[in-house]
Design a protein around this ligand. Structure first.
Ligand code: PLP
Length: 402
């Protein structure tokens, strides 16, 4: 299967878990809700505990979750994948797996998703893990931060949330490895359709599968793609952490994967059109979208994503606007949902200063470029002209709020 095109992989990956029943072979992977599994003998049960091959108890792994994990590993061209109950649980698993402990330092891109910073600052920080924030585009600064003896890992996003800064992942993997550190990349915005970070040396490829991988706004899930030694370590930790994905959620995420290529193709094409329209509009001060020629990492993104597109996330600053104008814009939306998530078939808008980056002090938000007039748009699969028409009338309302 690994030799097949991505468009074929998304449809078929994991289908080996659709095992034959006495009456026939199901076409889709069944939802296996069993909490426990009986074995033929106590010796066989002992073997499953010892080897991890087979099933004993839901927290140790179940067939539907395994099918989802196999599918993600295939899409990421990684040997294995380990599922979690959320993207944040997966990030926690990866950071702990990378060796974060009392006295160690985690170097992190300064403009990642707000909850990732909160995890490092408010949870791991209280346990003695130091966080050093860096501009991920300044490789000299990244290398210096990683040169600290206690630095164990570098965390960044392929495409950052919400500023759409694109990381030079192959170069960062080299820098991290030269300093004896690992690289964790949250690739939620890129998805394996656009980019497979494992092939460029990334140690832990993390996704909030709540987003594009599932794609329909009806499931929370997380996943890490990595090599087998790291996967075994993560699975062992999972037995104590208990941050597992449930079988129903795994099934929904797997069903979402079946259309990932189709959705991404459409969403990337629509986003390019919407971004160009916003970029030409005088009511908009600045548009962050890697597909625009003026984006600082336009060339890099074209190289990394190999012509498949530039993603479907856009952020933009309203001209001379703050909270009141953004509120007016978002309340005027009729088609685009003003909802705190992304990557769905529906177009969605979020106000980072109030939602995803609410936990950051205002000065820190401003310093990294998340101003009070910035909004984030996740372009869905609706007709792009309808998305543009909704933005057009909502931008008029924002103007009226001045
Ligand atoms: N990573 C990114 C880039 C995100 O945008 C999010 C959530 O918005 C997460 C991780 C966390 O994912 P979850 O909500 O599934 O825990």
């Amino acid at each position: 299967m690994a030799d097949k095109a991505f468009e074929t992989l998304v449809v078929h990956a994991g289908k080996e878990f659709a095992v034959p029943t006495p009456g026939g072979r199901p076409v889709t992977v069944p939802i296996d809700m069993s909490v426990g599994y009986a074995q033929q003998s106590m010796k066989a049960l002992d073997d499953v505990f010892a080897t991890g091959e087979g099933y004993v108890y839901v927290r140790y792994g179940t067939p539907t979750v395994a099918a989802f994990e196999h599918a993600v590993a295939a899409l990421e061209a990684a040997p294995e994948a380990v599922a979690y109950g959320s993207g944040m649980a997966a990030l926690t698993g990866a950071i702990l797996g990378a060796g974060a402990k009392q006295g160690s330092t985690v170097v992190c891109a300064r403009d990642v998703y707000g909850a990732t910073i909160a995890l490092l600052r408010d949870v791991l920080g209280t346990m003695g893990v130091e966080m050093v924030l860096v501009d991920i585009t300044d490789h000299k600064v990244v290398a210096e931060a990683l040169a600290a003896p206690a630095a164990c890992t570098l965390v960044c996003e392929t495409v950052s949330n919400p500023l759409l800064v694109v990381a030079d992942v192959p170069a960062l993997a080299e820098i991290a490895h030269q300093q004896g550190a690992t690289l964790i990349v949250d690739s939620t915005f890129a998805t394996p359709y656009l980019y497979r970070p494992y092939l460029d040396g990334v140690d832990y490829v993390v996704h909030s599968a709540t987003k594009y991988i599932s794609g329909h706004g009806d499931v929370m899930a997380g996943v890490i793609a990595c090599n087998s030694a790291r996967a075994t370590d993560l699975r062992n930790r999972q037995k104590s952490l208990g941050a597992n994905l449930g079988p129903m959620e795994a099934w929904l995420a797997l069903r979402g994967i079946r259309t990932l290529a189709l959705r991404m193709k459409q969403q990337c094409a629509s986003a390019a059109r919407v971004a160009a329209w916003l970029d030409a509009d005088p009511r908009v001060a600045h548009v962050n979208y890697p597909g625009l020629a003026h984006h600082a990492q336009h060339e890099l993104t074209a190289r990394l994503f190999a012509g498949k597109g530039f993603g479907a996330m856009i952020s933009f600053d309203l001209r001379n606007a703050g909270r009141a104008e953004v509120f007016a814009l978002m309340e005027a939306l009729q088609l685009i949902a003003p909802v705190t998530t992304l990557g769905d078939v529906y177009s969605l808008m979020l106000y980072p200063a109030m939602a995803s980056h609410r936990g950051l002090p205002a000065e820190q938000r401003k310093a990294i470029g998340i101003g009070d007039g910035l909004v984030r748009l996740s372009v869905g699969i609706e007709a792009p002209e309808d998305i543009i028409a909704d933005l057009d009338q909502a931008l008029d309302s924002a103007q009226g709020a001045k």
